[in-house]
Design a protein around this ligand. Structure first.
Ligand SMILES: [Zn+2]
Length: 436
């Protein structure tokens, strides 16, 4: 039995922040909604990045199963970077499954929906899509959005130049998204209607610390974005048809960024990574004598003979030796200012597969790790972010970002349907709550 769903997904909104905004009456409509709904904190996935987590929402699988471990992957055979898209998912999404069942589906701005799937309805891509005309199905929807001044994503570079203007820009991008949402909502009675708000994540990356510190200017600008969202929640509450469940959810939590940690710089400094030339630009510049290299977030890949184009590390004794050496050295990594340890946990690829196997499915990955599965995944303590840039002038850095993701403290709200106990992470939403 499939019910109709109206899903408003809010990227990177913590359960604890919602509670605070309800208490402080910043979101009165949300407060009203919560009084007649089910609300629960939940976990993200590993690694807790938007691409992986929303792919988990759409497929009901963990990242090792659906294949998306970040917003940039690499092909070891060519050593080229690639932005993963909808076609790279290893399991079917809720969107195409419902379409095949004849349901009418609308999806707007959800990560990993580029290139747009040809669904029974309308698909509008999210932030990994670059061109709105190529990012919609059917195509004429893209023309309509373009004519109406729709943005796929806010201009992140503006946030680095002028923070105040950036926040106003975020309001504008989000207002337009909601305006277009209402346009499409009124077109027909949809079976599955999902709109994704990315602006919350963007806001948090730049303004989280200002909010936490109660900055007189930026903290109000921060909450004003939520006041706008609250008005929309009130409108949705008012128009929601009886046969439609409203689901609000986020994909990860947020915390103040203590430091960015440039893992490739650390690997280079400790002789695990070598470059063919100074100022390396891409993975083509990695020297064959390298033992390992890293991708965002905290993913280490060994330069494995037979897998990597330039691979020289022999599977077996040599591979295991490097894994152990990396683990012991990384656990010693500490914040140079506080001397606090940075690494909370390190999982090998095989451990990650065991942890993320949902239904005891024998994955091919168990014998030889599938290409997308990292040889090591580093899980930092709260506030540290393991970056993937190939080259940085230093291991530890703080740039324009003041907030970073957490694995815990995401949330789910369901208006009509009780949230079952089996739902503990975003990868459980599809099977436990939506039953699709
Ligand atoms: Zn983010």
């Amino acid at each position: 039995m499939m019910n109709k769903n109206f899903i408003l997904s809010l990227d990177g909104v913590p359960y604890s922040l919602l509670q605070r905004m309800i208490e402080q009456n910043i979101m009165p409509n949300l407060k009203h909604l919560v009084e007649s709904s089910y609300l629960k904190p939940m976990n993200s996935v590993l690694p807790p990045v938007s691409s992986s987590a929303w792919a988990s929402f759409m497929t009901g699988k963990h990242p090792v199963e659906h294949g998306i471990m970040g917003f940039l992957e690499r092909d070891p055979k060519t050593m080229d970077w690639a932005v993963p898209g909808h076609n790279d998912l290893l399991s079917e999404t809720i969107l195409t499954k419902l379409s095949r069942a004849g349901k009418r589906v609308f999806t707007m701005n959800v990560p990993l929906t580029y290139p747009p799937p040809e669904i029974n309805g309308i698909a509008i891509c999210g932030f990994l899509g670059s061109d709105i005309l190529k990012g919609t199905y059917p195509k004429e929807v893209g023309c309509f959005l373009k004519d109406n001044g729709y943005w796929i994503d806010a201009d992140i570079e503006l946030g680095k130049r002028d923070l105040k203007q950036f926040v106003y820009h975020l309001y504008q991008v989000m207002d337009k998204r909601f305006e277009m949402m209402w346009h499409f909502w009124q077109q027909e009675p949809w079976d599955f209607f999902m709109v994704h708000i990315m602006e919350t994540d963007r806001l948090h990356h730049f303004l989280w610390e200002y909010m936490e510190n109660g900055d007189s200017v930026f903290s109000e600008l921060f909450f004003d974005l939520y006041r706008k969202i609250d008005i929309q929640i009130g409108k949705i509450f008012d128009i929601l048809p009886n046969d439609t469940n409203l689901v609000l959810l986020s994909d990860h939590g947020f915390t103040t960024l203590k430091k960015e940690v440039y893992l490739n710089r650390w690997l280079w400094k400790n002789d695990f990574l070598k470059f063919r030339n100074p100022n390396p630009k891409n993975l083509q510049d990695v020297h064959p004598n390298s033992k390992a290299y890293a991708l965002y977030p905290g993913r280490i890949y060994l330069n494995v003979f037979g897998r990597e184009k330039i691979g020289t590390v022999r599977p077996g004794v040599e591979y295991n030796g490097i894994i152990n050496e990396l683990k012991s050295q990384l656990f010693k990594l500490s914040d140079p200012d506080t001397m606090q340890p940075i690494v909370k946990e390190i999982l090998t690829g095989a451990e990650l597969v065991t942890l993320q196997k949902k239904d005891n499915i024998m994955l091919a990955a168990e014998k030889t790790l599938a290409n997308h599965i990292p040889d090591l995944l580093i899980i930092p303590h709260k506030g540290y972010d393991f970056k993937g840039q190939l080259w940085n002038h230093t291991i530890f850095d703080k740039t324009d970002f003041t907030g970073t993701h957490t694995f815990d403290d995401a949330f789910i709200l369901s208006k009509n349907r009780k949230i079952p106990d089996c739902l503990n992470s975003i990868s459980d939403v599809r099977s436990c709550l939506l039953e699709i």
